[in-house]
Design a protein around this ligand. Structure first.
Ligand code: AGP
Length: 372
């Protein structure tokens, strides 16, 4: 009802505006004296965590993309290899799992059957299991050795938005906690990352402030029959997520690609007028990646694509090459996705709205998929 939406036009829009709190509330009580300390992880025992030599994330859909974002930071900080496996594929591939493997499931609802079965399988194989979940007391956290709850609040819209940013936040807390226990990051380095995390809510607010501009873009793209998304590094899973949102809500063919993959095939799809969103990494993090993404933009623009760049405010280099730029505040390299995903969520919402579709209840989808 309108009352439940608190005056918002949709639950989805309401939930996007709640993203700053979703991140801030997930951080709360997990930072003590300027250092990370996640009590739920501490309960597993320091030694068990120190011995972790492999992490496998199991999840589906948007939760799996949160997992993919998390891999980059966790590997860098804790020096542990991290793989993401789709929960429904995990059981059927005879996974290599040992007692020092940590299987981290991610699920907003905590009831996704595919993910639950993956967790049960991991336990049978002797792994330790942690559930990142947004729903207190749900089945998956109950079936896991530990639960690291996200505090995004109830998510009603079928399309996951605020849970996604909360899931990445929880993975970063896990990565920093592991880095402390394993001694792979100094206190100073951990503090720097925590400061970045604490600054995210304000930057998400800025991104939400770009809503009007994003809505204008959605208007001229209302008739597009396909949209592509390109990203590199942590921007790659965000490209996948941007495409998923558009499929789910606006029923448009949308694909996300790793920008480097373009020349290995997808560039054949580029034709005049095709809208392509490009997540541009800040040159301050990597000159080289930035240069490569700009050259991708030139390649697709030369073939007539309409490029919408999502870039850092101060990145003037991108301006001459893009048709449109959505400028966002600078964030540390692992933190960009938490901010860059917001315009993509808003874009899918606006495009679906422009097409007269129900953004909270897209066709054929259920909020939580409790069958295999
Ligand atoms: C996201 O917009 C989706 N509707 C879907 O991909 C979802 O993220 C997936 O089904 C996993 O759900 P869960 O987080 O509740 O396990």
């Amino acid at each position: 009802s309108a009352a439940e939406k608190g005056g918002w036009s949709s639950f989805m829009l309401k939930e996007i505006t709640e993203e700053p709190e979703a991140v801030a509330d997930t951080l709360r009580e997990r930072i003590h004296d300027g250092d990370v300390l996640v009590p739920e992880l501490a309960a597993l025992g320091e030694e068990a965590l120190r011995d972790v030599d492999r992490i496998i994330v199991v999840a589906a859909g948007t939760a799996s993309y949160a997992g993919q974002v998390g891999t980059y930071a966790i590997e860098t900080w804790a020096r542990v290899p991290v793989d993401v496996q789709l929960a429904h594929e995990f059981r059927y591939r005879d996974p290599v799992v040992g007692p020092n493997t940590l299987v981290v499931s991610i699920s907003q609802s905590g009831e996704t059957m595919d993910t639950l079965m993956a967790v049960k399988h991991a336990r049978e194989l002797g792994a330790r299991t942690i559930s990142i979940c947004n729903t207190q007391g749900a089945t998956i956290p109950r079936e896991s050795d530990a639960a690291l709850y996200t505090h995004a609040g109830p998510e009603v819209a079928v399309a996951s938005t605020k849970a996604f940013v909360a899931q990445i936040t929880a993975l970063y807390l896990l990565g920093l906690h592991l880095a402390r226990v394993k001694g792979t990051l100094s206190l100073g380095e951990r503090r720097e990352m925590l400061d970045e995390l604490l600054a995210v809510p304000e930057k998400i607010r800025f991104a939400i402030g770009e809503h009007e501009r994003v809505a204008e873009l959605a208007h001229w793209m209302g008739s597009a029959s396909a949209v592509l998304f390109l990203g590199r590094h942590v921007g790659y899973p965000i490209a996948l997520e941007g495409a998923l949102k558009l499929k789910e809500l606006a029923y448009i063919h949308a694909e996300g690609f790793a920008a480097g993959e373009l020349k290995h095939g997808p560039i054949a799809l580029i034709e005049p007028g095709l809208p392509v969103f490009v997540l541009v990494p800040s040159p301050r993090h990597s000159e080289e990646m930035h240069r490569k993404v700009i050259s991708n933009i030139q390649e697709i623009r030369a073939r007539g694509a309409r490029v919408i760049a999502i870039a850092e405010q101060a990145d003037a280099a991108v301006l001459p090459f893009a048709d449109e730029v959505i400028a966002l505040p600078l964030a540390g390299k692992f933190f960009e996705p938490l901010i860059a995903v917001v315009p993509l969520q808003l874009f899918a919402l606006e495009l679906a709205t422009a097409k007269g579709l129900d953004v909270d209840q897209p066709r054929n989808l259920a909020k939580s998929v409790t069958v295999e």
